[in-house]
Each structure stands twice: as C-alpha cells, then as structure tokens.
Design a protein around this ligand. Structure first.
Ligand SMILES: Cc1ncc(COP(=O)(O)O)c(C=O)c1O
Ligand SMILES: [Zn+2]
Length: 417
C-alpha cells in the first residue's frame, strides 16, 4: 500500500473555513458546522486504475487509496471491506415492470453493514492521532463495526446504544468484539449528545458520522457502482436515511466522478426515511431549508430510528441538486419489501436495508420511476442482524410430529399413489 500520499485538508460546510488535514477537529471551531475533507483531484486521482487492473487492486475501499485521507499506509486497519456485490434483480424487474434493478448489497461487508467502509478509514485515523479509546453512539451497526475495527487495532472501545432498541445480532457483535456497551435509557439522539460532549476529552476518539473521515470511506461505494456498471451510473439511487451520513457520502463519491470527468451527470438521489422518524422527509416536502427534529421516534427499522440527523443539510442538498426526493415509508411497506427481496431474489437485508425496495415498489406503481429506468437500491445491512423481526412476523414455521403422514399433510400433499 505504499506510494504517494494524497494531499487533503478540512473545509467547513457552513462558512467554508479551511484547516490542515492533520487537525483533530469534529466540527468547525469558527461556526460549529460539520467539516468535509477536500483533495486535489488532479494527479493523485489519475493513478486510480478505473475500470481495469482488478488483479493487483481488487474492488474495495483501498482500491481508491489516492482519494482517501491517510497519512501513513502502514497504519491502515483493514479487513478487506467494500467490494460488495451489485446484484441484478431480474425477478423484481419482471414483477415491478422496471428495466434494470440492482441491489448494492452492503451486507457483504466484514461485519455485515456499510459502516465498515467508514470504520477502516476512521479507526486508522484514531491510530494515527494516538487515541486510547474509540467511542460512538449507535443504532446498532456502527457499534458492531467500531467494536470489530477497534479490536483489530488494539484500541479500547465504548459504545452507547438506546436500551431495548437495538437488534440482537448487532448487540452480540459489539459484545463479542470486546467493546464496553452501555445501554442508555434514552434514544439515539440522547446517546449522540453525550458522546459529542465526551469527545472533548482527547482520550476519546469519536467515530459517529460527524467524523468526516468515516464518510470518506463510505463514498467508495459510489466509485464501485460506477465500475460495476462498466463505467456508468444508474438513473436513480435509492438509499435509506438515518443520521444522513451515507447519502452524503454517496453524493460526494458520485460528485468526485463527475469532477474527474468520468461521468456527465449524477444519479437522481431518492432518500428513504421511516414514517415514524422522518424529519428530512418533512423538510423536503415543505421546501424548508431547516429540519425540525422529531422527539418520539419509532420504527421497525431500528437502524434509522433517528429524530435529529446531524447530516441533514447536505442530505437535502444531495436530493435537491440531483433532481431527486425524500420519501417516508411505513413499517408495513418496509417488512413487505424485505420479504419480497428475500423471497424473490434470495437477498436478505435488514429492515432499514430493505426500505429502498419499499420506495421502489411504491414508485413503480405510481409511475414516479419510469419503466425504462436503471435503478440501484442500497441494501445497507445484512438481514441476520435482526432475525427477531423475521421470526415475529413469519407465519410459515410449522411444528409437526416426526411421522410421514403428518409431514405430507403439513406440505399440503396427498400420499403417493
Ligand atoms: C442498516 C442501516 N441502514 C441505514 C442506516 C442509515 O445511515 P445514515 O445514518 O448514514 O443515514 C444505518 C445507520 O445506522 C444502518 O445501520
Ligand atoms: Zn464554519
């Protein structure tokens, strides 16, 4: 992984103040807004072997190392994240009447969600700055990923999760990887407020998506989609929104491709929220330039159960500037979509990860997405993260006696003549 290092620095998304790449900041000291990482997209970027040379540089986050903010490649903490499948869904195409449907299956990542793309960069940064303990607030997947990457890096890890509201698979990952897991009597937004406060203490290194280094890793999914489509982009990108970091990361990734002259236009960004946690949807529909945080959030898609998303500003820009939209889908629609994807395509996504399919089903019916479109849905997390929800909502587990007649009756088949 040796080679020339990218030149990068930090820029405030509000007042545009700039800071050196080496500064340890989570927000702009001048105005308090979030920070973005910017690069010279010139010479270094041209070293990336777009659309060729997959033997020496397999598809994955570090294929794009010239566009990632790392000081010393020897310190990289990696488990070969990224390089996830872009799955063509021909059965859904037939069923929904849309020309091309793909699922970018982020369940393929080492801990089963897209968070690993961000953590490989974020935890590498934690090592570079000499942090003792990584921390995050999490609806589940961030804690699984941070715990695993911190374990690998030999760092202590503390995660704050909303008590009773995180899927069991995710909780068990955080515990087995040795994190100190605090189940807070409150929601995700309460947890985030506390860890932001804690992160003023330099012993802690904060790895929520306020941290701009995480989004850098996550943007690589957009580069991969471009390469997997043979050097092209979809007409529509459907993606869940919780804290809104991932949609911003994809926006950045596709924007980079345009700025490098590799594509002419970005896909239209279709953000999906759950009806019970949809402040960005409301702001979008009202044409507002601000969001109103939602106090009492509730949805079966616990990964996106967030009422006060930190990255809302750029999420709204992403959908508005690409001619997209934000929609809110119901829990019923999410569970129906999850089942459809699993039963027609063999692809098992957790509820939040299936929410783009819920929007697609609705958009195909209403004509919002034209039949002749090419669509990519981002399935952000693996279905095994949350087996409880499937068992609670499945009717097809049948208990029978261990006897042939009973088995055939249960299968609704007559005995053989
Ligand atoms: C499976 C899954 N989907 C979607 C999201 C939302 O991502 P973001 O918070 O970056 O909007 C999360 C975040 O936890 C997640 O775990
Ligand atoms: Zn600022």
């Amino acid at each position: 992984m040796h080679g020339p290092l990218p030149r990068y620095w930090l820029r405030c998304i509000g007042c545009c103040a700039e800071y050196p790449g080496s500064s340890r900041l989570y927000s702009c000291p001048r105005c308090g807004d979030l920070l973005d990482i910017v690069y010279d997209l010139g010479e270094e970027a041209s070293r990336i072997p777009w659309l060729r040379n997959f033997e020496s540089r397999p598809l994955g986050v570090w294929r794009y190392r010239e566009l990632l903010p790392v000081e010393d490649h020897r310190l990289i903490v990696s488990m070969n994240e990224g390089g996830t499948r872009l799955i063509r869904c021909r059965n859904l195409e037939r069923e929904l009447g849309i020309r091309e449907i793909y699922v970018k299956y982020e369940g393929d990542n080492p801990t089963g969600s897209f968070k690993d793309r961000g953590m490989t960069v974020g935890v590498t940064r934690a090592v570079e700055v000499g942090a003792e303990t990584t921390i995050c607030a999490s609806t589940g997947n961030t804690s699984s990923s941070l715990a695993a990457y911190s374990a690998r890096a030999g760092l202590k890890c503390a995660v704050l999760v909303p008590s009773q509201r995180i899927a069991l698979g995710k909780l068990s990952q955080a515990l087995i990887h040795g994190a100190r897991v605090l189940a807070v009597r409150g929601n995700f937004d309460d947890c985030l407020k506390i860890v932001r406060e804690l992160s003023r203490d330099p012993r802690f290194y904060l790895l929520n998506s306020i941290n701009p280094f995480r989004l850098e890793g996550q943007k690589t999914a957009a580069y991969e989609i471009y390469e997997q489509l043979g050097g092209d982009v979809p007409d529509y990108l459907l993606i869940p929104i919780g804290n809104a970091g991932n949609i911003v990361a994809y926006w950045k990734g596709f924007s980079d491709l345009k700025n490098m002259g590799l594509i002419d236009a970005l896909p239209r960004f279709m953000g999906v929220q759950a009806e019970g946690a949809c402040p960005i949807y409301r702001a979008f529909v009202e044409g507002s330039s601000e969001i109103k945080p939602v106090e009492n959030v509730e949805t079966v898609a616990t990964a996106i159960r967030i009422g006060n998303p930190v990255n809302w500003k750029r999420a709204l820009r992403a959908v508005r500037e690409t001619g997209g939209l934000v929609e809110a889908v119901s829990d019923d629609e999410i569970l129906t979509a999850q089942r459809l994807l699993a039963s027609r395509e063999g692809v098992f996504a957790e509820p939040a990860g299936a929410s783009p399919i819920a929007l697609l089903m609705r958009a195909a019916r209403s004509g919002l997405i034209e039949r002749d479109s090419r669509v990519v849905c981002v399935a952000t997390g693996h279905g095994l993260k949350d087996p409880d929800i499937v068992l609670r909502t499945s009717k097809n587990l049948i208990e029978v006696d261990s006897e042939m007649g009973a088995i055939l009756r249960a299968l609704e088949m007559a005995p053989r003549a």
